[in-house]
Design a binder for this molecule. Sequence first.
Ligand code: WT7
Length: 648
Amino acid sequence: MSQIESLLHEDRAFPPTAEFKSAARISDPAEYAEMYRESILDPEAFWGRMARELPWMVDFDKVLDWSDAPFARWFEGGKLNASAACLDQHLEGPRAHKTAIRWEGEPGDVREFTYTELHAEVSRCANALKARGTKKGDRVAIYMPMVPELAVAVLACARIGAAHSVIFGGFSSKALRDRIQDGDCSTVICADGGWRRGKILPLKREVDAALEGIDSVHTVLVVRRTEQEVAWFKERDTWYHEALAAADAECAPEPMDSEDLLFLLYTSGSTGKPKGIMHTTGGYMVGAYLSARFVFDLREDDVYWCSADIGWITGHSYIVYGPLSNGATVVMYEGAPTTPHPGRFWEICEKHKVTVFYTAPTAIRTFMRLGEEHPEKFDLSRLRLLGSVGEAINPEAWIWYRRVIGGDRCPIVDTWWQTETGSIMITPLPGVHDTPPGSAMRPFFGVDAVILDEAGAELPANQGGLLCIKKPWPSMLRGIWGDEQRYRDTYWSEIPGVYFAGDGARRDEQGNFWIMGRVDDVINVSGHRLSTMEVESALVSHPKVCEAAVVARPDEITGQAISAFVTVGADVEVSDELRVELGEHVTQEIGKLARPREMRFTDALPKTRSGKIMRRLLRDVAAGTETSGDTSTIEDLSVLAKLRGDEI
Ligand code: WT7
């Protein structure tokens, strides 16, 4: 039984305003339909043409070679440098002195780089790396706070043809060490520290600990950010500012083969050792460029802000490579969303005149909980488009986002994709689609998405099943670093010949996709397979609830029973009556079957550092068993301890 029952029903849909449509890159449904049709029926023509919008140093001979599936080769024969696509191509025309990055630190300091300035900084950094022996074909670990030098480091690696492996600055020295070793990195770029919630993260200290006993790393380049004392290893450590001051501001970009490795990015998955996801130059750049252009509808005068960290794929594709290859002005912010005050994000939107804003549902739900009075203090009238990524956004949060942040005028693009897919896969196009709250809508150009059962048969409308991709796409992962078999097993074996990366979804009768969550999380109550996302969404639609996670608990009678973990509003009192009230609410919203058997109230849910609820940890709590599996990616371990101790 692979099908997932869908109980959630949504009738609302919001069209883009006439004003939005009139200026959008694509607004004519017929034009969109024709582009999508071509991208599926004649992908070589479509991708060949789109790819040639990038500044290739040598044109490619062949669009796609899929003869060695599942190992795709895109744009073979072509040579491209990703940093040149982000920088050099803009220096000839009116973008030369346009702001590329406008950065704000957590303490409120602001720095700005024009494209010309960013090009010079990146070139200096590239020369500094070369001078220390870092070369084409190396891997470079980057472990930094969200400072401009992080983007510079990424682009400098791309410039000299060394693959970067960015490791999120919140990871421990142990996680850092594992990733440095797995990638066999020659170089580390880090900072002395970073600001987070008013405190200093001692990043250099973590690097020192991570490198103990590792001799593959010959250079550690250290950005000075927080200026605390750091230990210094003369042979290995160099200050970034000193190295760059001594370096030339011209560095010819290395001509890279289309299939040369651009970066590794580790994704943990739910179990097992982190996977080094491989992305290569040409295909990845085409995907990042094109999706940023159309999904965010980027225009010359936009000020675009994606609040993710560059340590995640979202930051790679939609802070660095996508927007910069489009010549956009990108806002970058160092700190936490609520430091020093709950309106911090909205203050940044007002101050930097942000027009396009991209964030995660977990952040949106936090802001909902904090109250509307915070965004209301700021002028958000320049916003014209909002985006969401990382998890399913429940309709309640979607509507709040649209009304309170988007002033009921901004379209919302709910974008579904993965570290592995490299760029956005399922999304509305903001000028074309009327968007129902909670749907990621349509496959992007070239994406042949289907809903299959376990035997590989396509399911009819509204039946939940496995979300699969039938055709290769340019920005798809090229493998898992050092583990070819795991790549085949993880993504291509559930249904042979088809990409499946673990999510369930349904497609409605209009062709819109609704993501239902990870299939590993599906709950089986008396033979009915229910999506966690739908039950959670029903809970969150109750006005007293801010966030909810549901998991399966073994049950003698029904096989599995639903256990709910619920966070309520700051001023809501928890009681048994509330439990009953919420249970009834779920019954009303989606049916008796989905009514949680038990419910616990909690101040916080265990999340990964990128904001995803870790349901597998909650499963152990619900079942009353020991925590099993890896907890290294959890943001705050005390949340889990609390859940185990203070049940009410
Ligand atoms: C998983 C991928 C994609 C960048 C950030 C996360 C979930 C992502 C959505 C969405 C529902 C979503 C999926 C996916 N996910 N976006 N719009 N609606 N679920 O990258 O860490 O590789 O995670 O995030 O479960 O498989 P990632």
